[in-house]
Write a protein that binds this ligand. Structure first.
Ligand code: DOR
Length: 444
């Protein structure tokens, strides 16, 4: 099957493309890409040419050809989520590889990276192998597993990182938990250098955050809920930066949520430390006020913060301090979120709202479309060493077609994900993926 996407506004930062053009997909690969303005200029210079060959697009009648008129739409490299909880194996009542990847594709993602806090934990090559096989059989998009740093994510003993790397893990993380023991974190950073893969750090000093369920401040006091201070995150970022400097390991900071964290990371980058960082749409879209009414769908770890934190996160995205927008898609069962606030699990189902929320940054002039593509496709691919960030001829046909003006209301009941836990219910978003193509397969 061939697909011809016509008259699209193509953005591909790697090739320096930001303009109207056509793309041809054949046998799951990008077969041709052609920019309208360039074609017009070339036609002015040269007499009419026969149909284009290599790298260009041959025109003609073909029954196997599906033509998509993308006039007025953007065509981008498929989005890459480097922080997804697919829950399988073990928590299939929350999500499965099948439902999670279907939700991803609906959200415009063509690649997701599966966090290891499954049951059993992905701390050995059998679990890694299971995830890879299941994703090939049932996944709608590409899935790359992230292995645990420590056995059982207990923070006590390093997992078999080398074997998991050989099996296909693209990074290591104890996400959901920090690695509290600094010596173990040091060893993980040292060891990971051999494979050139990042250690993704969930930065939380659990001595400070213990028992906390929301941001610490006046609101937590008013609601009678135990708070988590910003310093619980910031102290661990400082420690991990020191360890990254000591070891030369590749450190990636997960889900940055505070103004102080942005400042610390900015200064570290200025000093040339080899780190990258991500935030998630909820940290630049809403504040702790969403927790009011004991809304468990707004319970997430790290917690939603204040307006000054939201503003700092946006600034950090704008000036390049924060490299990546990841979803931290954390689906939970409805019954779990119906528990009292203290006992409900943390997490937001994020795959199906991430692009719409992130496009707000473009509408507000915080980011350009090109920067958005960098944060949601190019940078995650570069950090993880995935060859999936471009529409270059010969690449996998992982493409998302986006209508940036289409408005729609967030309705969790319509989510494909099993996780209906969103604090954005009823919000009207502007901009959505209309077609996602994974290795040439069309989802619409
Ligand atoms: O809110 C969260 N939920 N934060 C995490 O770090 C883990 C995640 C989960 O697995 O539910």
């Amino acid at each position: 099957m061939k697909i011809l996407i016509k008259n699209a506004h193509i953005i591909d930062p790697l090739q320096g493309i930001d303009g109207i053009g056509d793309i041809l997909v054949e046998e799951g690969k990008i077969k041709g890409i052609e920019q309208k303005s360039r074609r017009a200029e070339e036609q002015k210079k040269t007499p009419p040419q026969p149909p284009l060959d290599k790298g260009g697009i041959k025109r003609g009648v073909d029954s196997e050809l599906r033509t998509i008129d993308a006039t007025g739409l953007y065509v981008l490299p498929g989005l890459i989520d480097m922080h997804t909880h697919l829950r399988e194996p073990g928590y299939e009542y929350k999500e499965t590889i099948k439902t999670g990847t279907a939700a991803a594709v609906k959200g415009g993602f063509t690649t997701v990276c599966a966090m290891p806090n499954t049951n059993p934990v992905n701390d050995n090559s059998s679990v890694t192998d299971f995830i890879i096989r299941k994703a090939i059989q049932e996944g709608a998009c590409a899935v790359y597993p992230i292995g645990a740093i420590t056995k059982g994510q207990k923070g006590e003993e390093l997992a078999e990182m080398g074997i998991m790397y050989a099996e296909g893990c693209v990074a290591f993380s104890d996400d959901g938990n920090p690695v509290m023991n600094s010596l173990i974190m040091r060893r993980a950073l040292e060891y990971s250098r051999a494979f050139k893969v990042p250690i993704i750090s969930h930065c939380e000093d659990t001595n400070l955050s213990e028992g906390g369920v929301m941001n610490e401040g006046l609101l937590s006091l008013t609601l009678g809920l135990k708070g988590i201070p910003s310093e619980a995150e910031e102290i661990m970022i400082c420690r991990d930066l020191a360890l990254a400097e000591l070891t030369g390991g590749k450190l990636h900071i997960a889900h940055v949520s505070t103004e102080g964290s942005v400042r610390i990371i900015r200064e570290a980058k200025k000093r040339g430390i080899n780190i990258t960082a991500e935030t998630c749409p909820h940290y630049f879209s809403i504040t702790e006020n969403t927790v009011e009414g004991y809304n468990t769908n707004a319970k997430v770890n790290p917690p939603l913060r204040t307006q000054k934190d939201v503003d700092a996160i946006k600034q950090g995205l704008k000036d390049g301090t924060i490299d990546v927008i990841a979803t931290d898609h954390a689906p939970h069962h409805r019954d779990e979120k119906l528990r009292e606030f203290d006992h409900a699990p943390s997490g937001i189902s994020g795959l199906e709202t991430a692009l719409g929320l992130s496009l707000n940054l473009v509408h507000e002039d915080v980011l350009t479309m090109r920067q958005l593509v960098e944060k949601m496709a190019v940078n995650p691919a570069n950090i993880l060493g995935l060859n999936k960030e471009t529409l270059k001829v010969g690449s996998d046909a992982d493409v998302v077609i986006v209508d940036v003006n289409k408005e729609y209301k967030v309705e969790a009941e319509g989510f494909i994900s099993k996780g209906k836990n969103t604090p954005f219910e009823g919000l009207v978003l502007k901009g959505m993926p209309v077609i996602t193509i994974c290795k040439g397969k069309i989802y619409e």
